[in-house]
Design a binder for this molecule. Structure first.
Ligand SMILES: *Cc1c(COP(=O)(O)O)cnc(C)c1O
Length: 469
């Protein structure tokens, strides 16, 4: 399996290179050259979730690691989940299901990819005797999952950038209470988009990237998407043969829902992919108008979706345009130069055929959360509530089972939950621990140069082949 860049100017790369580099050297995102065919899980899978994971992920890795080694690796990765079913599916209404993705160590779905990614990376570095510096921007949950997955790992320094004052206290503490020296949490005076821009700038600086053997762990890293396709398969398998579910996905950076699209491309019978956005509704506007145009980011109750530059959307543009790399390159240049780009009808058509987008306000999400709580006693987190409200809107027009991806545990967002339901969610033991630790982080200006010097001062020259093996 080889990978190509959405911008067409990078040499095809194997999985190991894609894993460690994150972003392609031409600034594009890596995509598999062809899609493996995988319409469903075979009858003997699902057994344990890890068996499904190894089965779905193996074709993307081209034998390195091979299926059996991968199975051992993912079994270890998912051993820390607090629910025996790993990704349980719960019926909450007529044809309506919650796919619970918050039973991992940091109580958000990001653990599914990050626990696998850290093990794949450590394995790759060991084999080549090299080290890496990992740089990530986070709207909250990615950083927490990354700190948990990478703390104390050898040959890896982790720098996590988060928007200062724009994430919940629990999210911040999950990133800042790890005592390990290889973890560096940085509060950037700006938004998530600013933090993500710094990461992209530094990854695009060839000298800096090589000096530090830089890797990216944001959802632009293909390995994360692959890990997230698995639960679309296990959910569909639980609904039984012949089910053609709709998936409603609370969306920010378009990574999680793109994993669903990947499953669809591999042949998993899927009806509609429902993009659920909060007031930061760039994707809903884009689907409606054909014009992709970021606006200012507005803080909401679902901070992990307070994003206006939805990086993985580039992957969908690539697919929907028939892999037209000059269109994608032009669109991204227009975005930088003019602050937006237009999607021609021939590309917008295929997107609308598969995706619906619903914008859900804070009030609507709160009302959906409260109604579910009154009806069933179940409390969902504010991101899931956005997905739930979108799913209910979609159900008014689309038949069949609808699966809402429940992306975080409500205890990560106690204030918003209390406002909507009058209840304080119970805090799982893992979260409780981090709420008590001592915090350690740096507040820094929104400046790639400042962050680069900070990293330079803290990381000795990274040896070895680093990010480009
Ligand atoms: C990251 C996150 C999202 C958005 O996922 P994307 O892959 O960025 O679209 C939604 N909900 C929660 C709780 C998250 O942490």
């Amino acid at each position: 399996m080889m990978y190509v860049s959405t911008r067409g100017k990078a040499a095809p790369a194997g999985f190991q290179e894609v894993l460690l580099a994150g972003l392609a050297p031409d600034g594009g995102l890596y995509m598999p050259q062809t899609w493996p065919e995988l319409p469903s899980l075979p009858a003997q899978v699902p057994g344990p979730y890890a068996a499904a994971a190894a089965f779905v992920m193996a074709p993307f890795m081209g034998g390195n690691p091979g299926h059996d080694e991968l199975f051992a690796l993912v079994s270890d990765a998912y051993a820390g989940w607090s629910h025996p079913d790993t990704a349980p599916l719960t019926e909450i209404g007529r044809d309506l299901f919650l796919l619970e993705l918050f039973h991992g160590p940091t109580a958000a779905f990001k653990d599914f990819a990050m626990q696998v990614l850290s093990r794949l990376m450590e394995r790759a570095l060991k084999r080549t005797g090299s080290r890496t510096t990992i740089l990530g921007a986070t709207s909250g949950d990615t950083g927490a999952a990354a700190v948990e997955a990478f703390r104390g790992r050898q040959d890896i320094e982790l720098f996590i950038l988060f928007p200062h004052g724009r994430i919940s206290d629990v999210q911040r503490k999950q990133m800042t209470t790890a005592p390990e020296d290889n973890v560096h949490a940085i509060a950037v005076e700006g938004t998530f988009d600013d933090a993500q821009n710094i990461v992209k700038t530094l990854l695009g600086d060839e000298d800096f990237r090589t000096r530090h053997a830089l890797s990216a762990i944001n959802s632009i890293n293909w390995a994360r998407i692959v890990a997230q396709t698995v639960y679309y398969y296990t959910a569909a398998a639980k609904l039984g043969p012949g089910a053609r579910p709709n998936f409603a996905v609370p969306t920010g950076n378009f990574g999680d829902i793109f994993a669903g699209f990947a499953a669809l491309k591999m042949g998993l019978p899927t009806n509609r992919l429902v993009i659920a956005t909060n007031e930061n509704d760039i994707l809903a506007r884009t689907l409606e108008t054909g014009r992709y145009e970021p606006r200012d980011v507005m803080p909401t109750d679902s901070p992990s979706m307070d994003i206006q530059i939805s990086s993985n959307f580039e992957r969908l543009l690539f697919e929907a345009s028939g892999r037209d790399t000059s269109f994608v390159t032009g669109a991204m240049a227009d975005l930088r130069r003019d602050g937006g780009f237009s999607i021609p009808p021939a590309t917008l058509g295929p997107i609308r055929e598969r995706f619906t987008a619903h914008r859900v306000t804070r009030e609507e999400a709160g009302a959906a959360m409260n109604r579910l709580f009154q009806d069933t006693g179940i409390i969902v987190d504010p991101h899931t509530a956005v997905g739930l409200a979108a799913a209910q809107r979609e159900q008014a027009r689309e038949k069949g089972p609808t699966v809402v991806l429940s992306t975080a545990h409500p205890a990560k967002f106690p204030d918003a939950v209390k406002r909507a339901t009058g209840r304080e969610p119970e805090v799982p033991a893992a979260l409780q621990r981090c709420l008590e630790g001592r915090e350690r982080f740096e507040i820094m200006p929104n400046s790639a140069t400042a962050i680069a010097s900070y990293i330079d001062a803290r990381v000795p020259r990274s040896g070895g082949a680093g990010g480009f093996i």
